[in-house]
Design a protein. Structure first.
Length: 266
């Protein structure tokens, strides 16, 4: 009987999560990975909680069907809006041996560990409205203040080639963050903006999830050897997407090199 390959899935609404997937692969190259971008429904940040949940559950079912027993929900909007319900309801009922890990709490753990008393957050409209970062921050360290700024224009500009307009828009979004000690880039797409944000806020530490999640995943696997031992180690990487266009393919090549994109239908 051929042993089934059990992979690590990484999910995002678009191309931004590829930054996370690529950095995970560089730190933990032995494992097999499947990346899923729900580009057909991008951006998630403008959608309702119920729509985000439905899309996220469908994405999880798809990744589980691809033998991904462990999934990193790289999408901050989905992590904020749907993760807890998925973990406590969907997983418990139907896939009790699988795991879905979010990015919000690991990001805050790193941000607070660095000693900041005032932390800025750049995120999608839905993530900011959810209040998830502030709620989790109060659990970790209620003495730390957070300044959250919704920045809904950034994802479509990054996805759709609006690079020449980014500086002006980003300058406006960063204005309320002057004086914070750290800035969390609370959307996977914003990894592409690290240098620009640092240029606008030179005194602030930039907290970017591609620098955080790989180490946090490595720690998780060390703490959960039963999951680590299930994972296959063929060093493979697949990119799946619900839709593609020229900009998306160009972005993929810039982030992860030339890759074949598999059509995901669910």
């Amino acid at each position: 009987m051929v042993k089934k390959e059990i992979k690590i899935g990484v999910f995002d609404s678009g191309v931004g999560g590829l930054f996370i997937a690529d950095s995970i692969r560089k730190r933990l190259p032995a494992y097999d990975y499947v990346y899923l971008g729900d580009t057909l429904h991008l951006p998630y940040g403008k959608r309702s909680d119920s729509a985000i949940y439905d899309l996220s559950e469908k994405a999880m079912r798809y990744l589980f069907s691809q033998n991904c027993d462990l999934v990193i929900m790289a999408c901050n909007t989905a992590s904020a809006s749907a993760l807890r319900k998925l973990q406590q309801g969907f997983l418990a009922r139907e896939f009790p041996n699988n795991r879905i890990l979010g990015v919000v709490v690991p990001t805050l753990e790193v941000a607070t560990a660095h000693g900041a008393h005032k932390i800025g957050l750049l995120a999608t409209q839905r993530t900011v409205q959810s209040g998830i970062y502030e709620a989790e921050l109060r659990k970790i360290n209620p003495a730390v203040e957070m300044v959250a700024v919704a920045s809904p224009l950034l994802v479509p500009m990054i996805e759709d080639g609006g690079d020449k307009y980014l500086d002006a828009v980003l300058q406006d979004y960063c204005a309320p963050l002057k004086g914070v000690e750290s800035v969390i880039l609370g959307c996977t797409h914003y990894v592409a903006l690290k240098a620009r944000v640092k240029n606008l806020l030179p005194k602030a530490e930039i907290i970017s999830q591609d620098d955080i999640i790989p180490a946090k995943l490595e720690e998780y696997l060390k703490r959960h050897p039963q999951m680590e031992q299930r994972l296959s180690k063929g060093g493979t990487f697949e990119i799946h997407a619900t839709d593609t266009n020229d900009n998306y393919l160009k972005n993929i090549e810039e982030i992860a090199g030339k890759q074949r994109v598999i059509a995901a239908s669910y």
